[in-house]
Design a protein around this ligand. Structure first.
Ligand code: 5RP
Length: 239
């Protein structure tokens, strides 16, 4: 490989390592973000002709611009063979924070229903504890936001409705939830936090992806990469 950034190294490394698996997959899910964009650019030829499910509108547009047709979620009972995505923070035991790109719900649905999950990250995403680098994104039913935010504050968390992306007002995801950033600081027990947040009515999903990775490809300086293997804990029962 010639010179490339850690995220490019992760994308190329995933293609090199999993080329056979990707070729054999009939239904592939694709996540969101700049690392995924790198992957689409190197793997578009392989993705063409597959049933590709997209986690967000931005990924659908990226895929179509490269001649990859996106299909809607299957109506019949059919699993996703393979899912590939980036992440915002990754720990040594394979837990992740996702959603800083605002697509966590679409991403979690595809990751949960996929047989094999591959995440690709630059080494700058590795952390000792989740929540060390930034807030935890969650997706909230817009109407419930004032109540959810009060509840989060009474639990000791500052929660801020994300704004921006060229729009005045809160960021609404492609699946119509409000993206809210929860300032947790470094998270000591991510499973407990996940359970606490999911107990609040109006919280649709959180950006904690715990036990969802089969592989994480970590891209490094100098176009190097490392493939980490994990035992997946969270997957659909019918797979
Ligand atoms: C979007 C995500 C992205 O996967 C995450 O933000 C990583 O993005 P990037 O590859 O641009 O750093 O979770 O909701």
């Amino acid at each position: 490989m010639d010179n490339c950034s850690p995220k490019e190294a992760a994308a190329r490394g995933a293609l090199e390592t999993f080329k056979d698996l990707i070729s054999r997959s009939l239904v592939a899910g694709v996540g969101t973000g700049t690392t995924v964009k790198e992957f689409i650019s190197v793997a578009s030829e392989l993705l063409r002709g597959k049933r590709v499910l997209s986690s967000s509108l931005s990924t659908s547009l990226e895929l179509s611009s490269r001649g990859v047709d996106v299909v809607s979620y299957p109506a019949e009972r059919r699993t996703v063979d393979l899912y590939i995505d980036g992440a915002d923070e990754v720990t040594a035991d394979g837990h992740m924070i996702k959603g800083r790109g605002g697509a966590l719900l679409g991403e979690k649905i595809l990751a949960y229903f996929s047989r094999v999950n591959i995440f690709i990250v630059g080494e700058d995403k590795l952390v000792g504890r989740l929540g060390s680098k930034g807030p935890l994104p969650i997706e909230v039913v817009p109407e419930a936001y004032p109540l959810v935010s009060e509840e989060l504050s009474s639990l000791g968390f500052k929660a801020v409705a994300r704004e921006g992306s060229g729009k005045v007002g809160p960021l609404i995801s492609d699946l119509r939830g409000m993206i809210v950033d929860v300032y947790t600081g470094p998270i000591e027990r991510p499973e407990d936090l996940e359970a606490t947040l999911k107990r609040i009515p109006g919280v649709v999903e959180t950006g904690l992806f715990l036990g969802m990775a089969d592989y994480i490809v970590v891209g490094k300086e100098g176009c190097n990469y490392e493939v980490l293997r994990f035992t997946r804990k969270t997957k659909a029962h019918f797979m």
